[in-house]
Unconditional design. Structure first.
Length: 127
């Protein structure tokens, strides 16, 4: 085994309904993708921090097979929400506990700027 660290990127999309984690190589090619729906079939639990721990453990199994031990983490929340969902923090914390060296954590949540024109005319939108 060589001393050069193998590096991967973990893209986490965490909303208040689900948590999705995708492990890619540095070129952006998908290695594996794990979601809350793969771990549990209960809709109310898919965004749970406990389920996020199981997502991290599933990612660890695949990464250890490929000898990936260093990660860049990119966290994204839903576009109009105030921040990432409850599973994002638990997932990053569990990845670091599993023995991965995390180089950086970046928040890549999209921010709407302006958007489409609101409905209604001279007298406003009548509901």
């Amino acid at each position: 085994m060589s001393n050069t660290p193998k590096v991967g990127i973990v893209n986490i999309y965490s909303t208040f309904n689900n948590t999705i984690a995708q492990l890619t190589d540095l070129a952006g090619n998908t290695i594996t993708k794990v979601t809350g729906g793969i771990i549990t079939k209960h809709d109310r639990l898919k965004a749970n921090p406990t389920i996020a721990m199981f997502i991290a453990k599933r990612l660890k199994e695949v990464a250890k097979d490929l000898e990936i031990n260093t990660l860049y983490v990119r966290v994204r929340g839903q576009t109009t929400s105030t921040g990432p969902g409850p599973g994002a923090h638990a997932l990053v914390k569990t990845l670091s506990k599993e023995g991965f060296k995390i180089i950086s954590i970046a928040d890549i949540t999209r921010v709407p700027r302006g958007g489409p024109k609101k409905g209604g005319g001279r007298r406003g939108r009548r509901v």
